[in-house]
Write a protein of this length. Structure first.
Length: 501
């Protein structure tokens, strides 16, 4: 056991932080490093080569993204266009080529302003994602067959999303100054490569990752602006303001939270207000569609519905899902204010987005992208991360095999309903497992791999090393071994036991 400094002093003398070597603290990383020559030694020339962690991880991300594109080749070569079930049996489905014509981009229709033919009157995506889709359509030549145009449209979007992927990897690499190699978890995540080009979620994820980086640097306004833009691209990022508020309340940093909130609101309005005023029906389609959408793929609500004689009423599911999410948020607030040490921002960010995913009435396979960067910042432990990723890959395969089963007619090629429910269960159990170990880290901070070396909250910005000003319950009356201020000795943090959950 080594004496650990208090939270108020952990950020001193960080101008030249010594990077944490994952092969020296993580048995899975050490075993995996044998493929490239073994664990990093003490005499390795860190920082003296062109091959810095950021550059290495960016290149790895490019390579993995390219492999994900190759995985889509059977669909690119024909399965998107011929045969309903072929794109599912090859597990290479993507919304992108189908929506090029289905949402009017092939016909030059303006999103939100021009009505669409068919059941969907307007584009059902947030405004900034609509802009992303429209820009990609501008870069797609209007000549040739519609199949050729859709192939080019997917390729253009893939190139733009590849840039987003690199931004995510770089931001995660730079958020924790002493742990740059944790970014490899993002770059090597199998579910990332498999789902990156299914939809446009990477754009919002990249903006959120950049926002997290800005907060870690103490730039509250930049964080808010980027979070507002991320929310203008996808709804989920605004949920990060909830745990941030409770953390800033506990640390007495509400001014920084206020600046972040103002930046979020203003940047969201700058993007949305023109479309809201000039094309309100088109602008509101995303919100009305989300509200009216029934129970869909991937959720535990679907399992319940499939075991009932009649489907669950959408309004009832909306109410129950909202109530469960509110309860989860209240639980996180209580955890934040009563934990023996203030939780790290990344930990609560992961938990609140995971709660939203777990209680939601739909779980599309690409939603895992929302969690991957936050999971790496919250729990950079290879074993736990890979367990969760294995569950997500199982779900990725399960949903496509289930769709293959339902679209193959009498052949019934694929996964029947019971098998698909097991795939949903794998996703739910894997996500709950990662939530459980993160909650354990919060309640038992000596098990947190980020903090055991002396850090407080490297992604916390103004929260890093700040004193608590408002706590409740256990945190207000901690035992001596958990106290980190006043006249009592600082916390002693040891190495994580090998028998951790």
């Amino acid at each position: 056991m080594c004496g650990m400094p208090s939270a108020e002093t952990t950020h001193v003398n960080r101008s030249e932080p010594e990077p944490v070597r994952p092969t020296g603290e993580d048995e899975v990383a050490a075993a995996g490093s044998e493929l490239i020559g073994g664990p990093l030694g003490r005499r390795a020339l860190l920082g003296r080569s062109w091959w810095s962690p950021v550059r290495v991880i960016a290149l790895v991300m490019l390579g993995m993204f390219a492999l994900g594109m190759i995985q889509k080749f059977p669909c690119y070569d024909g399965s998107w266009f011929y045969g309903a079930s072929s794109q599912y049996t090859h597990a290479c489905y993507s919304d992108i080529p189908h929506l090029y014509q289905g949402r009017g981009f092939a016909d030059g229709l303006v999103p939100y302003f021009d009505k669409l033919p068919g059941d969907m009157e307007y584009l059902e995506y947030p405004v900034l994602t609509g802009v992303f889709m429209e820009v990609a359509s501008w870069l797609t030549p209007g000549s040739g067959t519609i199949q050729h145009q859709e192939q080019v449209y997917w390729m253009v979007n893939a190139g733009m999303l590849m840039i987003c992927a690199v931004v995510i990897a770089v931001c995660v690499t730079r958020t924790h100054r002493r742990r740059p190699w944790d970014g490899l978890l993002v770059a090597l995540a199998p579910a990332f490569a498999l789902t990156a080009t299914i939809n446009w979620d990477l754009f919002a994820v990249a903006l959120t990752a950049a926002a997290m980086l800005m907060w870690s640097r103490g730039r509250a306004l930049a964080f808010g602006v980027l979070l507002g833009l991320a929310t203008a691209a996808k709804l989920y990022p605004f949920l990060l303001l909830g745990p941030l508020f409770v953390l800033c309340w506990r640390a007495g940093k509400l001014r920084s939270f206020g600046i972040a909130t103002i930046g979020t609101v203003v940047s969201w309005l700058v993007v949305n207000l023109p479309v809201m005023l000039l094309a309100h029906d088109g602008w509101s389609k995303f919100y009305t569609f989300s509200q009216e959408r029934g129970v869909d793929f991937g959720s535990f609500w679907l399992i319940i519905s499939q075991h009932m004689d009649s489907p669950l009423d959408t309004d009832v599911v909306n109410t129950l899902a909202t109530a469960l999410m509110v309860l989860a948020c209240l639980g996180l607030a209580a955890l934040t204010l009563t934990a023996p040490r203030r939780p790290r921002f990344a930990q609560l960010a992961f938990l609140v987005i995971a709660a939203f995913i777990l209680t939601n009435k739909v779980y599309s396979p690409q939603y895992v992208l929302w969690l991957i960067p936050l999971a790496v910042l919250a729990r950079p432990k290879w074993r736990d991360f890979l367990i969760w990723q294995a569950c997500e890959v199982a779900y990725f395969l399960g949903i496509w095999l289930y769709l293959a089963y339902t679209t193959s007619g009498d052949k019934h090629q694929g996964l029947p309903t019971d098998g698909y429910q097991l795939a949903i269960g794998a996703h739910l159990v894997g996500t709950l497992y990662l939530c459980a170990v993160i909650v354990r880290d919060i309640w038992m901070p000596d098990r947190d791999v980020v903090r055991r070396s002396g850090d407080d909250d490297p992604s916390g910005g103004v929260l890093d090393g700040a004193e608590d000003v408002f706590v409740l319950g256990y945190a207000a009356h901690p035992p001596r071994h958990a106290h980190h201020g006043g006249e009592l000795p600082p916390v002693n943090w040891g190495k994580e036991p090998d028998s951790s959950l």
